[in-house]
Design a binder for this molecule. Sequence first.
Ligand code: GTP
Length: 438
Amino acid sequence: MNRDPRGSPASLAGRLVLATLGFCAAFTLLTVAVRTASAWRDQRNTIAAELSQTEQVLRRTLSRAIWEMDRESLEAHLASAAKVASVGRVTLEIRRPGRQPEQLLVRSEAWQPSTLVPTLDRELVYEPYAGAREVVGRIGLDGDERVMWARLRGEVGSIVLTQVLQSLLLATLVMWLFNRSVTVHVRHVAQHLAQLSPENLSTRLELVRPATHHDELSLLARGVNQLQRSLSDYLARQREDERELAAHRDRLAELVQQRTEALQAANAQLEAQSRCDPLTGLPNRRHFDEVKEAEFRRTQRSGQPLSLLLCDVDHFKHYNDSYGHAGGDDCLRRVGQVLQTCFSRAGELPARIGGEEFAVLLPGTDAEGAMAAAERLRQAVTAVAIVHEASNVAAHLTLSIGVAQFDPSTMDRFDTLFQQADQALYLAKRRGRNQVAR
Ligand SMILES: Nc1nc2c(ncn2[C@@H]2O[C@H](COP(=O)(O)OP(=O)(O)OP(=O)(O)O)[C@@H](O)[C@H]2O)c(=O)[nH]1
């Protein structure tokens, strides 16, 4: 059950009953006041009627008793009149010709004069024979206020009792009807709403009562079911959108991955191409320069030997002139293949460093080893037998090779080693080409 912020039960039926009781109490007060005023009037009229009735009963007998001077009878009648409940006092004035009027007075015990109760005052007339009417006295009757109040109290008590009973019965009926037709269903709706979750939105709200009832509660139930349907549709759409979004996200991630891999491959290719001579496929001058410095420093640190071969195609200008530039390119390509074949061990670095110039870096190889390797290369190029008719050295293409070994005592830069290999190459050229010099 919901409770208000102060913790007291927030019962609609309870509040309705309190309001009904409050209204009934005010209505009862008003009704009691009106009915009491009416009862007051009725009581006065009743007492006036009783006084009049008493006077009518007494009139004749008293008139005769006065006429006949029957004092005993007079007093007896007066006493019986005083015994009537609503009569508080009886006053009798006796008139006789030639005499002072005489007054007889009978009153009930503790009677008090009051202006609230009715009184009655009549002449007494006696008619000893037809046509002879004579006034023999007066009779006065005063009502008894205490009797009127006692009767009024009884009547007001019954009025109050019936009104209170009526109010209580009405409040009970209202509460019972309200509980049965409203509170029970409102609680059911609240319980249904409290148990709702995205998983059970399809559970319809059904009021426990005949379906023929069409009122505000039916509207409420219809509204709740409509809202549940809308929410359910909305959540389904949202789930579908999320699924699509996730699929798009996965596809996007896949595309990004593919693009990244393609970019990385392209970068790697560019990186490789930037270090590769496109004509021969050998490492180019840039790659050679990077590696040579690293190997030079490593040799300085480790004390391992390091040798360098500088190779130059003999009379290549004539070759170009004889077989054209394309033929020259093809020739360079074949020389490159020979270099790659001869120096394929780990650490060996053959490279094209100029037009028809090649270099070979040989880490861990001393001068003798380098000389032998250079000779093997020279012979390998000769063995390929690339026809070079314009050469005055041989009928085939030849190589001149300069060899130098790193000497830590005299060399502090790679350039020094390079210069020494270049001088050896120059020497090989000068000695007649197609040879290895040191
Ligand atoms: N086809 C071709 N020719 C090139 C390339 N690079 C340089 N050359 C040519 O190679 C020739 C080198 O000639 P030189 O420097 O005079 O040397 P050489 O003719 O080999 O004479 P020696 O070295 O003294 O034997 C030049 O004619 C250049 O044009 C190239 O990539 N392709």
